[in-house]
Design a binder for this molecule. Structure first.
Ligand code: ZN
Length: 253
């Protein structure tokens, strides 16, 4: 039986622990201490580290963890990421025998060039590409790449649970509502998110279905959203132009 547990870290990161009663893999350990606490408290051993991309808040705990548990680090190699021991590329599979899980790897550029996503049935680890009602910033590559990466994630089955790396949902929903003031799913998600956060519970994971209903970056063909952007000067209504206008507005929202 596989369990996925959120280990809160830094200001608003989640390090995801994939574990059974003995073995563990962690995703994007930006800090070592909370991971070691979790492992000790639950008497688990660390078997593997998964890395979605090289940003500091995703890799800074790796060296210390490897000093204690000499485990492989699975991710995409990059000259500025010294931690990866197993280079993963588009179409590769990552098999974690101790946990009985196999991930399909897709490359998801547009936030950073080396960003990859780990996909198993009903499970997606997507780092900083998709967030609750939002998406990552475009630090490298093009907005077209970021949009394409998001579209590939959105094409996963509706019941896929999305394990992203930050608790950003409550920050993103006011913008989603500004884009589509009449969208009842966004209003409902705002109420549900408020309840979860008031109880100090994560809003992550969420489903692909919920993202498709409420995430503006996945709704670039939506009539109300386009009309909102048109009142702000949008002329070209191609999906990339709509996506670009959204990303630009969000940065000044
Ligand atoms: Zn990042």
């Amino acid at each position: 039986m596989l369990i996925i547990t959120a280990i809160p870290a830094l200001q608003d990161n989640y390090i995801w622990a994939i574990h059974n009663t003995t073995h563990t893999a962690v995703v994007d350990p930006g800090e070592a201490a909370p991971v070691m606490d979790f492992l000790q408290k639950n008497r688990l051993q660390l078997d593997a580290i998964l890395c979605t991309h090289r940003h500091h808040d995703h890799v800074d705990g790796i060296a210390e963890l490897r000093g204690v548990y000499n485990v492989p680090v699975h991710g995409r190699s990059h000259p500025r990421n010294p931690h990866i021991t197993d280079d993963l590329r588009e179409g590769d599979q990552l098999r974690l025998d101790a946990l009985g899980i196999v991930f399909d790897i897709i490359e998801t550029p547009g936030h950073l060039d080396d960003h990859i996503a780990f996909i198993a049935p009903q499970i997606l680890f997507c780092g900083d590409v998709m967030f609750g009602a939002g998406c990552g910033r475009n630090f490298e590559g093009t907005l077209a790449q970021l949009q394409h990466s998001l579209q590939r994630l959105a094409a996963l089955p509706d019941d896929t649970l999305v394990y992203c790396a930050h608790e950003y949902t409550s920050y993103n929903l006011p913008f989603a509502l500004a884009c589509e003031p009449e969208n009842p799913d966004i209003r409902q998600r705002i109420a549900e998110t408020r309840q979860l956060r008031a109880a100090n519970r994560p809003t992550v994971p969420f489903t692909i279905a919920l993202e498709k209903a409420t995430n503006p970056y996945l709704r670039c063909a939506n009539t109300e959203l386009i009309q909102t952007l048109q009142t702000r000067g949008l002329v070209d209504t191609s999906e990339l132009a709509v996506f670009t206008a959204l990303r630009d507005w969000r940065d000044h929202f």
